[in-house]
Design a protein around this ligand. Sequence first.
Ligand code: NAI
Length: 462
Amino acid sequence: MANYDVIIIGGGPGGYVSAIRCAQLGLKTACVEGRDALGGTCLNVGCIPSKALLHASHQLHEAEHNFAKMGLKGKSPSVDWKQMLAYKDDVIGQNTKGIEFLFKKNKVDWLKGWGSIPEAGKVKVGDDIHEAKSIVIASGSEPSSLPGVEIDEKVVVTSTGALELPKVPKKMVVIGAGVIGLELGSVYARLGTEVQVIEFLDFITPGMDSEVQRAFQKILTKQGLKFTMGAAVQKVEASKTKAKVTYKLRKDDSEHDIDADVVLVATGRRPYVDGLGLDALGIEMTDRGQIKTDDQWRTNVPGIYAIGDAIEGPMLAHKAEDEGMAAAEVIAGKHGHVNYGVIPGVIYTAPEVASVGKTEDQLKAEGVSYKVGKFSFMGNGRAKAVFQGDGFVKLLADKETDRVLGCHIIGPGAGDLIHEICVGMEFGASAEDIALTCHAHPTFSEAVREAALACGDGAIHA
Ligand code: NAI
């Protein structure tokens, strides 16, 4: 039992970042985490391990498809799955240990166990009750399944099980063409699995610019992923080694079956708030099960804040981190700010897909008068040199003021390129500002500048 200024519940990207910022601001801080390692879903069973497998499988793809073209001859590497998982686990370990080190460095106490809030100002961990002037709930999210689908994490898996399969499956059915389904689907497709994606809607990655959706689906199809669109999964029947997925096509209500060795259920996530005692505290929730907060991340109960996947907004690690830092500033009596209009989204497939700001579809719906500058990576020398000419940069700017309103990139390094537009948007940049900024040659980032030039007098290499 100890007294703290702040106790944060949850050691994921939102929680641990908030804890470090609180400590840096001079607050006596503890972070409650029940897993054996800090870092939450993102570091342990999400963003980081999936990026390791995406990287490894992409290297295999390069060896199989592009090495010979570059004069690198010889047999392509074969997959040692155990070693690939060991590499992934090593990456996780390095990252989670890094957070432990940062906690020690910043004097944040890690309270090991699952926390609950018996009353405002108190956090219970195991048998201990700790007192805190402020409490931040950063308990994250969990996969949400479908009715008629039982997850066993062996044959019918969420992203967690998909990162730990005992072997590379021959056939995988992915339910849901969202971020998780496509990232993990493309890992296994590159490792030789036959991947069939079943999606309820008529397009992939809902919320993304529709032109990018179409281009992305074409590229993934070229890479071997198969898509069944407009199909609602009804049930999954599983034995110990196989599963049968039944879906209904929305266009004619016809029912179909498909067999698989593994079924990945990637139909979204929901806030994880079980066991916190929110009901008894009277914490207000949205009808989607998210904790309601005001614009300073305060819940309706004084002294209790909430951030990240447990509240409204996109379920993204970096959104949670930003809220974590901002909430810390508020608790320390400063001003906390998150610009929700400039939160990038990235899909880490190859090529990557990244976006920020408004989509063209949104601008049309809002009746905004806009212009589009588009540039294909085919016109980018660096991209062509590394076999990555697929994709484009699409910049959207206000027709009258030239102010940048959004950017959508599919192509090499998209997840890094997008940040020049994020910074630009934070500073209220015009497309001309981007176009007049000297970009080093030869870099992928020249494609961003060319898209900006295309908003004005025209791109040079188009
Ligand atoms: P998602 O919400 O991105 O996609 C779910 C898909 O499943 C949708 O396209 C939906 O139409 C489809 N679906 C729902 N019910 C269905 C049914 N009965 N039959 C067929 N299709 C159905 O969810 P996802 O991919 O599970 O990701 C969860 C969260 O995690 C998202 O908020 C995502 O942003 C986040 N995430 C972000 C990553 C990144 O930023 N790179 C990586 C992984 C996850």
